[in-house]
Design a binder for this molecule. Structure first.
Ligand code: F6P
Length: 333
């Protein structure tokens, strides 16, 4: 079982702020709860920033108590609310944020979010010498330095539940369904959902060749006696890609029904896995700061909690695990 990295000695840290940033992810509340409770149990004052970096720039900061995070571990979304904040790409905005926190007596910041949020955190520290730690919170699971992100498991389960339902109607009508899942620039959700949902074909942004031969994949199924098929496609840069797949199928003589799962994948009760992951990673994040370490993100590699420098993460994107696309094709053949 995954275990947190704990700091055993004394600590000079007196105050921590926490925010959620980017797209929300189920399990973010469990992470906020663990940050708050861990900090307080080590006599560190903890502050919640509302609405991500936008709220930080507006000074929307509140002291949090142990009681303020009661009864949230099971709730989807984020009680702190979140935002995408283009203004934070500006150096001057990051300087303003660091000064604002310092004026409020805040010495360090924990950012729960995805790769864009990590960039903001990394530059906030390097330019202003303001300690930050990242916790991976995104349904996309596309952050380097970790094999798992808070929210991924829940969103995959939500999508698979939807596919199981779609299969019922697909079977009854002998239809082809194209199910579009989230993932602007990454196919991790599509891959796991496609494998777990038994898709005939998985189309991901990382591998343009997955677009080829979609009709043939359906034909192969029909030859084996299948009367219905599921194709899973990652949404790519703009939702609605599934309609293009349907057009391509038409050219091959098939008609496909489109189902775009969209934001239902971001909401809902976090799975036990995501609650546990969030609790362990958030506890480890606070202990990083207690140990005087920063400009890092916590993550999971080879079944263990790790600390990875943000500098190593922000310039990359996590590739799809090798072999899984081939495996998916074999399992569908
Ligand atoms: O948070 C990640 C994500 O859900 C991606 O999978 C998706 O492409 C994007 O966010 C959607 O963003 P928004 O909710 O801002 O439209």
């Amino acid at each position: 079982m995954l275990a947190p990295i704990l700091h055993k000695g004394k600590s000079k840290v007196k105050s921590i702020a926490v925010l959620t940033s980017g797209g929300d992810a189920p399990g973010m509340n469990a992470a906020i709860r663990a940050v708050v409770r861990t900090a307080i149990s080590h006599e560190v004052a903890v502050y919640g920033v509302a609405k991500g970096y936008s709220g930080l720039l507006e000074g929307r900061i509140q002291r949090l108590s142990a009681g303020s995070v009661a009864n949230i571990i099971q709730r989807g979304g984020t009680i702190l609310k979140t935002d995408r904040c283009p203004a934070f790409y500006e150096k001057s905005a990051r300087r303003e944020a660091a000064n604002l926190m310092r004026r409020q007596g805040i010495e360090s910041l924990i950012v729960i979010g995805g790769d864009g949020s990590y960039k903001g955190a990394h530059y906030l520290e390097t330019e202003n010498d303001f300690p930050v730690i990242g916790i991976p919170g995104t349904i996309d699971n596309d952050i380097p330095g970790t094999e798992d992100t808070i929210g991924f498991d829940t969103s995959v389960n939500t999508a698979i539940e939807a596919i199981d339902r779609i299969r019922d109607t697909a079977n009854s009508h002998d239809r082809v369904f194209i199910v579009e899942v989230m993932g602007r620039s990454s196919g991790h959700i599509a891959l796991q959902v496609g494998i777990g949902g038994g898709a005939e074909r998985i189309i991901v942004p990382e591998l343009p060749e997955t677009w080829k031969g979609v009709s043939k994949a359906v034909d192969r199924g029909i030859k084996r006696g299948k009367t219905s098929s599921i194709i899973v496609v990652a949404e790519g840069p703009k939702p609605g890609l599934a309609f293009r797949v349907a057009k391509q199928l038409e050219k091959g003589g098939h008609s496909g029904k489109v189902c775009i799962l969209g934001h239902i994948q971001r909401g809902g009760t976090p799975t036990a896995h995501d609650r546990f992951l969030a609790s362990v990673l958030a506890t480890s994040a606070v202990h990083c700061l207690l140990a005087g370490k920063s400009n890092l993100a916590v993550g999971v590699l080879n079944g263990q909690v790790v600390r990875v420098p943000l500098a190593e993460i922000v310039r990359h994107r996590r590739p799809l695990p090798e072999g899984l696309m081939l495996m998916a094709a074999d399992l569908a053949s």
